[in-house]
Design a protein around this ligand. Structure first.
Ligand SMILES: [Zn+2]
Ligand SMILES: [Zn+2]
Ligand SMILES: [Zn+2]
Length: 240
């Protein structure tokens, strides 16, 4: 947090030093990123990312889209960048990044998005992504279920204030749940730790990682969580 003197902002634990939430997925066939927040460039440099074949968006809040133009580095070889988003999120992207979407003859090396409106499950390589519309305060945003060979590997719900029963049904017994848990205190647009634990219990995930964590929740709070529940940190890598 800019200009904050709290113990998390000054923590010696590097895991308390957090950039915006996103994930990078690498499969044998292709690689893709979910969200390109304000820190996307910093994250891509830090992790030495060399390949992004597509981008998938959860929603258009600035902490999830403001690194969009830095995808130019990855679309250059192909000439375009496939962009997957809900109709509402795509409208926002087209408005904010009009210069990229509307350019008739973009200079080589500029970002040339190829829009794909998400209307149901879709495939990236052999991974099926099922959109999981969840409430995020007054708006609806997409989480995603990642399935390979019929196995529910990962459900990613980065921003939500609740998980309706019909979504729980889709992801029940998922191997890994990554879920919004902003802090202990309730918040109008994000789940609290207590609420996220309740959702995880309903979903019966084998392991759960909290994401979109704010500076009110130190990494050390993990010690008080159930054994299969962790606080995710920047640079965390999971194998499936
Ligand atoms: Zn702070
Ligand atoms: Zn948001
Ligand atoms: Zn967010």
């Amino acid at each position: 947090m800019i200009g904050c003197d709290c113990h998390v902002c000054h923590s010696p634990d590097p895991r308390d030093n957090r950039l915006r939430s996103s994930i990078y997925v690498e499969t044998p066939e292709c690689s893709f990123v979910v969200d390109t927040g304000t820190d996307f460039r910093t994250q891509a440099l830090r992790e030495n990312i060399r390949n992004v074949d597509a981008v998938v968006f959860t929603h258009s809040h600035t902490d999830h889209v403001m690194g969009f133009d830095d995808l130019r580095r990855f679309g250059a070889a192909r000439g375009y960048m496939p962009v997957y988003a809900s109709a509402e999120t795509m409208r926002d992207l087209e408005r904010v990044y009009e210069f990229a979407f509307k350019a008739l003859n973009p200079f080589p090396g500029y970002l040339k998005p190829e829009p794909h409106i998400i209307e149901g499950p879709f495939a990236l390589g052999q991974t099926t992504l099922t959109p999981l519309p969840v409430p995020h305060g007054d708006s609806k945003v997409n989480g995603y279920l990642f399935t390979r060979d019929g196995r529910k590997l990962l459900a990613y719900l980065s921003d939500c204030s609740g998980v309706p029963d019909e979504i729980t049904k889709l992801i029940v017994d998922v191997d890994t749940l990554v879920i919004d848990a902003l802090r202990e205190k309730p918040h109008p647009t994000h789940l609290s730790v207590g609420e996220a634990l309740e959702v995880a219990a309903r979903i019966r995930s084998s392991q759960t990682f909290f994401t979109h964590v704010c500076h009110e929740l130190p990494q050390s709070a993990e010690a008080a969580l159930p054994l299969n529940t962790h606080i995710a940190y920047d640079g965390l890598k999971l194998d499936f």
